[in-house]
Write a protein that binds this ligand. Structure first.
Ligand code: HEC
Length: 106
């Protein structure tokens, strides 16, 4: 019986850690999966696609000043050549990916 209890505790602790990491990572993961091709890993927009479409670097003053709502709206609805992600990403994923973009502005 004792052995079973320990196994259960170990399994719960591991899965709790696993899910916390997944939450913290999800914005970064979404960004790496969907956004780097144009915006580049550092948010500079310096990839060939980003350059040809003139994606602004995320750390440019107007995007640092833009509200979260502005960036969320641009991600949801698209802007210029930027594709719309409404229906492709959930609201929660969009919020997380914008939070990740904020970390690229520092
Ligand atoms: C196919 C290339 C492409 C992909 C993929 C892409 N973007 Fe963009 N993005 C652009 C371009 C181009 C602009 C500049 C739009 C403009 O100002 O005309 C832009 C602009 C933005 C802006 C700023 C809008 C503003 O106010 O200037 C945000 C925020 C943004 N993208 C988020 C994302 C996120 C988040 C993803 C991934 C889920 C993503 N983008 C994927 C091309 C892309």
């Amino acid at each position: 019986m004792k052995k079973v209890t320990w196994t259960w505790i170990v399994v719960s602790v591991i899965s709790a850690f696993g899910s916390t990491t997944a939450l913290a990572q999800s914005g970064a993961d979404t960004y790496k999966a969907k956004c780097v091709s144009c915006h580049a890993a550092d948010g500079s927009g310096s990839t060939p696609a980003g350059k040809s479409m003139k994606a602004l670097p995320f750390n440019s003053p107007e995007l640092v000043k833009a509200s979260d709502d502005d960036l969320i709206a641009a991600t949801k609805n698209g802007k210029g050549k930027m594709p719309a992600y409404k229906g492709k990403l959930t609201d929660a994923q969009i919020k997380d990916v914008v939070a990740y973009i904020r970390t690229l502005q520092k």
